[in-house]
Design a protein around this ligand. Structure first.
Ligand code: ADP
Ligand code: MG
Length: 615
């Protein structure tokens, strides 16, 4: 027989990888700006033409590269930022994958000029579709300039996929805002088609916000500042009376990295409870600082998501911090911006640094438990134990390799009724599960123990439910007493329109989708009304982040996105019956082993393995 597998040539592999990293000009802007920041630049210039379709150039005064490094920088997985896998948990740089320059060079014409401080001359390199076209010695100032021209020149399909100049420019500006806001200690200048659009001097956070969004913003800002063991929050929320109809000015930064989180957004909106006019969205600019070990930013190169170890507690902290500030500053005089930018400590906090405010966190607080405003009980995905003994139908432990056993089991089979548990009574008696750290559910099984990640497991369960509903198109819907009016930007409405049919198959009923408003009269059974906005926002951000390719399935994305929004979070404490029902439902799934994003939902440990630990 002939062998048919071959390694892809580098330039092809790079082009494939590029699809992951570079979706549009704004992705190039993000990568180049982040490289400049990682190089400790204090002045960064961004120059674009035709919304970046023709040119994206970033010039920095950072540390530059040696000639060898300049060549190396275009290799895939070539990075100066991490060396070992452990470094991934202590990231202090923006980049770490070493993919960006290689990817960009695979799909554009790239010119690099770079010089280190103590070198007399620098290096210029030209790349075209992963190939080096020229390398020269040049006179150039300290730092690095990277020009990216004719993006997607060799992938016409991707080039045609780009949106109008207006839309692409909006993405570029959004990206610029995010990076510039996260780094007020760096000066940024932005030229669009030859004219200076932004010139942002080195400043503090408040000034940076005002420099970007205009002088009027200053009087609208309310400082937020709280510090606890797990989290430090510093930033501003907009006063309620200035809330906008669109969700434009909403920024979360986690360890100086912009992120989107529909869940934390909900925390803020709920802190504004009763203060906002219907259909308006508060502005916020919040920096969260957490121990890098408690977050996972490794999800996807272009995704603006972060996975927190304990999202539930973060929710409560963010909500209470914002609530506290709003209470304190509602009647406080407006801060005078011209006074002294360095004295940016809010009045209420002056001289109080020694006794930091205490935040009491109700760890069992569940924002979705019931709709307190209307006082009516809403249905939550609250499992009720049913045919508990049938969960483990077909689970038969063969030897010690339980993990393998579980994978191979057919849960539909009615014939075998061997329980995974030590004895079935134990399972039925409902005292076999334990929740640890409000994160994992532990249970004994015949060969040892089973540890389930509650968030991932619940995502799997919901994902399969939603997929089923969408395919059979028979989802039941619960009528809302009053139509829910939600406001979105035009672009967001476009996305909702795209997914409307699928959304309706999950149980949503739209009575009206207008220019910037959506009226909803029915929601899927079990979805609390208070959560609808989170689901739709999460969905919109997921669609925006999705790399469009042939495998793109709106249905699948919707199911994944809704599962993510609605799944029990880590940090949420679960009653015994809820724990059991989760286990029950998980093992009734078609693919119980992995979450919708292909991560393990559970692990097992045999008694043998445990024994070994005690040697
Ligand atoms: P990553 O940022 O993930 O390391 P990149 O492909 O973006 O990967 O960059 C590869 C390497 O090139 C970086 O690790 C860094 O050493 C170097 N580099 C890229 N851009 C710059 C820059 N503007 N200044 C100095 N070094 C740079
Ligand atoms: Mg990089």
């Amino acid at each position: 027989m002939t062998d048919i597998i071959q390694l892809l040539p580098d330039h092809v592999a790079n082009q494939i990888a590029a699809g992951e990293v570079v979706q549009r000009p704004a992705s190039v802007v993000k990568e180049l700006l982040e490289n400049a920041i990682d190089a400790n630049a204090t002045l960064i210039k961004l120059i674009i033409k035709d919304a970046g379709k023709t040119l994206v150039q970033v010039i920095d005064n950072g540390k530059g590269m040696s000639t060898t490094d300049a060549r190396m920088s275009f290799e895939r997985h070539a990075t100066s930022k991490i060396r070992t896998a452990e470094d991934l948990f202590q990231l202090h740089t923006k980049g770490f994958r070493g993919e960006a320059l290689a990817s960009i060079a695979a799909i554009a014409h790239v010119e690099l000029k770079t010089k280190q401080e103590h070198d007399d001359v620098g290096t210029a390199i030209e790349m075209e579709g992963s190939k080096i076209v020229s390398q020269e010695v040049v006179a150039t100032p300290k730092g690095t300039s990277v020009s990216v021209k004719n993006l997607f020149f060799n992938i016409p399909a991707r080039r045609n996929f780009l949106k109008s100049v207006t839309v692409e420019l909006r993405h570029v500006i959004d990206e610029f805002h995010r990076v510039a806001l996260a780094h007020p200690q760096i000066s940024f200048v932005f030229y669009n088609n030859g004219s200076e659009t932004f010139n942002l001097p080195i400043s503090n956070f408040r000034q940076r916000i005002v420099n970007i969004f205009g002088n009027k913003t200053n009087e609208k800002l309310v400082p937020v500042e709280e510090e606890t063991e797990v989290l430090k929050i510093v930033g501003f929320v907009g006063k309620p009376e200035f809330a906008k109809k669109t969700r434009g000015e909403q920024y979360f930064f986690v360890n100086n990295r912009f992120i989107k989180s529909a869940y934390l957004n909900h925390a803020i909106v709920s802190a504004f409870d009763g203060l906002l006019k219907n259909g308006t969205h508060p502005s916020y600019f919040l920096n969260l600082y957490v121990n890098p070990q408690t977050i996972d930013i490794n999800i996807h190169p272009t995704k603006t998501e972060v996975k927190f170890d304990d999202e539930h507690t973060l929710y409560a902290l963010v909500r209470s911090a914002v609530k506290h500030s709003l209470g304190q500053f509602n009647i406080a005089p407006v801060l005078d911006f011209e006074r002294d930018p360095n004295l940016d400590t809010p009045y209420g906090y002056k001289n109080t640094t020694t006794n930091a405010p205490k935040i009491e966190v109700d760890r069992s607080f569940n924002p979705f438990k019931n709709d307190t405003k209307s006082g009516k009980q809403t249905t939550v995905f609250r499992p009720t134990p049913n045919n508990w003994d049938s969960i483990y139908v077909g689970l038969e432990s063969k030897g010690n390799d339980t993990k393998k056993d579980i994978r191979e089991l057919h849960f539909e089979s009615e014939e075998q009724t061997v329980s995974l548990f030590e004895n079935e009574n134990e399972a039925v008696q409902t005292n076999t599960t334990y929740q640890i750290h409000n994160k994992y559910i532990v249970s004994t099984i015949k060969s040892g123990m089973l540890v389930i990640d509650q968030h991932r497991a619940h995502q799997r369960i919901l994902y399969e439910d939603f997929l089923k509903n969408m395919t059979i198109k028979e989802a039941t819907s619960q009528q809302l007493l009053f139509p829910l009016q939600l406001h979105f930007s035009k672009q967001d409405i476009e996305i909702i329109n795209q997914l409307k049919d699928d959304l309706e198959h999950t149980g949503f009923v739209f009575s009206n989708v207008k220019e910037e408003t959506v009226a909803i009269t029915g929601v899927p059974v079990g979805v609390p009304e208070s959560e609808v906005s989170i689901i739709l926002e999460q969905l919109i951000s997921d669609v925006e982040n999705e790399v469009p390719d042939s495998n793109f399935s709106a249905t699948d994305l919707l199911a994944k996105s809704m599962a993510k929004s609605l799944a029990i979070k880590t940090g949420q404490s679960l009653q015994k019956d809820e724990q059991e029902h989760l286990v029950n439902k998980l093992f009734a799934c078609k693919e119980p082993n992995v979450s919708p994003t292909n991560r393990n939902t559970f692990i097992t440990m045999s008694v043998d393995e445990l024994d070994k630990k005690f040697i």
